[in-house]
Write a protein that binds this ligand. Sequence first.
Ligand code: ZN
Length: 1002
Amino acid sequence: MVRNCVLLLLFAVTPAPASADETAPARDPKQPINEAYTAKIKKYTTAPLFTSPLVDYLPASKNVPSPDAVLGDVSGAPGILPYAEDVYKYMRLLEKATPRVRVFSIGTTEEGREMIAVAVSSEENLKHLDENRARLAKLADPRSIKLDDAEADRLVAQSVPVYYITGTIHSPETGAPTALMELAYRLAVDDSSYIREIRDGVITLITPVVEVDGRDRMVDLYRWHLAHPKEFYPPLIYWGKYVAHANNRDAMGVTLKLTENVLNTYVGWKAQVLHDLHESVPYLYDNTAGDGPFNAWVDPILTDEWEMIGWRNVADMTKFGMPGVFTHGVFDTWSPGYLMFIAAMHNGISRLYETFGNGGADTEERTLDPQDYSRTWWRQNPPFPKTLWSQRDNNNYEQTGLLTSLHFFNENKRLFLKNFYLKAKRSVTKPAQEGPAAYVLPADDPRLELQTELLQVLQRQHVEISRATSTFTVALPAKKPKKSSKKEDAKDTKEKEKDAEPASREFPAGSFIIRMDQPYSRIADALLDHQYWSPDDPQKTPYDDTGWTFGELFNVKVFRVTDAKVLNTAMERVNELKPAGGVQGDGTIFAINNNAEPTLATLRYKLRDASIEAAEEPFEAGGKKFNRGSLIVRNVPRSDFDRAANETGLRGVALSTAPSVKMHPVRAARVAFVHTWLSTQTEGWWRLALDNLKLPYDYISTQTIAKLDDLNAKYDVILFPPVGFNAPSTAIINGTSTAWGNPLPWKNTPQTPNLGKNDSTDDMRPGLGWEGVAHLQSFVAKGGVLLTATDTSRFALSIGLADSVSVGTSQKMNIVGSVVGTRLVDAASPIAYGYDEKLSAYCDNGPIFSLSSIAGGRGFRRLGGHSSSRPTGRGTADDPDFTVGRPGVEAPEEATAELWEYPPVSDEQKRNGIRVIPPANRARVILRYADNKDLLISGLVEGGDEIAQHPAVLDVPAGRGHVILFSINPVYRGETRGTYSLVLNTILNFDSLDAGRKLAEK
Ligand SMILES: [Zn+2]
């Protein structure tokens, strides 16, 4: 306790080094104010405490238009939410009116809308942007000045730092655009010393709307709400084209345009700060300081900066008398997936505000939960339990927080610029410090297409990639043997002895080397390394995923090399990454090896008219070995095949005769992709993956399923990806209640021009309904393939589609967005084509499947081991008992089964065994979870014994069709490309899923 008190004192004292000569926040009495605008600010602010001397007035300008020029009222006025194009229009008016503002286009969204960045600074600074950027670039890459600290100091003294602010990545959090319009005006116009110092000392860069597609839909909905004031209004079911809230979890995979555009802007401008604006917590939660565990790859210099800036921000706003401003909070800083983490992973400072928004521009009475207004050590000045709250209040908090931050940052910019350099320098010197020296992705990886995709992620992260020009050898450290349990067999022990020896490894020429002596080594290290979250960590509620190791999730070989010799390898920088696809050899028949690379599916749909078959066994042809599931392609001109193979990064071999191996056709299945009207984000990642693979599908809702009597007439495969948030089956069936309220339309109308593009409905409320359930059942019975994952797998079980499978309830399992080990059980199944015995997968407390040989069995989770101990009596454990006075009878040996096998049917169960499920009707186990000791690959696995060894992917025969059940989520955030093919194999082999099936005898 004593130690804690000391820590608190340190927090309270050290981070606020305000010098006595700091400029006071006060307006310039000589500059006239815009009286009308100022009066409106006052009118829309619901209490005097909810504003500050920085924003309670607006300075007047003769030539620069204030936000009302576009909005028709002041920023934060009730009833006004501008579309992105109106925000841009205003920013461009500013650019026209003053040399202190410049607007840059930074790219477009998935739906083609523009994204912008607005630079606000002194005329002088904006005139010399390029020279300044050149100086910052040298600080950003210390190799360019040979790590010369004295030269860095000279550059620091001459440079103007860049503070990048991003607004409205989360579309229902609506306040930032108007706050940022007014902030840009203030920074350009206000002549007070406080603001002038910011203008002269810092380049403020603003992206007022990050999720532009979602913003426009949100404004549509708000307008609908204004037109129907007495009705409930539809929730924002689609934000971006694919992803909703998790657009702020894409900073690892960089699969969304908004991430890519902000990342390029941040890195391109050599910015020092990325400050992302959110709205959910009253009244301003600066989660910059965060809570543990901190991400292991960030520099402690940064965690110190978080504390300095965060606590100073609280101090400044508290002194203005503004209640409810705090930092620290409950947010852990482990996952690097948040947009702001682009800065943390690129040697800058990540920041994030949660202010209080009303999800629109209505002024409303808001009542808080006790936990939101409780006084904790980090929230001495909590918000009010109940208050009238306006968008203007929110805008006041956002702008005051940003202005005090900008001012503090400017006062200490030499420190922060030097830190920017030091963090980059420490990234460059990583091999000589904590290591590793490099990561190596070998040229002989069987999955070169997936390897390229992984390298492309690193490239989007601005990581430098090199390729060895000759073979090279490095020493690999000895693996520490795992703690042994008594049960281990001799083979295990032998393997461990082998692992314990230090080994060297030779890599072929052409292997990729990610050097760690580069400025952005940090992000490469964070993505490629392993994560470990202790079950004993005091943080019991991880904020997001706990593990993400990209090599594992891409099913690509990645070696972490600590041997610094690797850096001396002859190598060249690689700027263009493309796997060598195409065809070799002579002949009119083409064979492609199957290594579970997702673009095999792309190729199938590209070569629509070709006849393609899959080999059901491995074979050799043209001097090469082919795996089970390899494709044999016929009836296609060589040039067409060559082009398709090139585009998909696949390598084909031309043969004059087809191999004599059992094959089945691989047809282009007709695919339906089902979404609910409850939530679309989790399926959005699946949609994004299929679109990137150019795999065609019909996108239909559960409501459409309810209306289609004959699904088989239109579709071969129905994908029903996870709904998300562990949607209960009742919610999927019932939707949102129609027993009260009004219809909630999601439609493209003149009033809502941005809605209804993905899909539309007159009323979002109805779900699948029992009609829809019957249609799905009949689809499967008549031969269709239904694929489900996580919560939709639970749903499929709840409607009786798999009698031999049940879901258990976990008692203590806690697997929070982790990478786990799985094992192939049935390599002959087409779903497993191209996979090896071990496969890593993403699991987030997936359903625990258990198998039953008896229909109608209750869903008890089977426990490990088998209770077959002999009864009490004479003898030893395996020497049977006797009864005095009669001949002894030996008890029959009890059959046992592993957790991924069907429990044996006993002789007693077979008596009139009407409920015994015949082997052909039982599920086929494709993948199972690894043994408990091998379950954790990365992240947090607690109570893993509850799911260890249980089935992870199941193929359940049902009627003439199949239900494919996933406990893992195979398609997730663009991070799990190694497991995509489990889904794609199902689609490609939809009418031959029983290939290679061996039935149990009984
Ligand atoms: Zn948010």
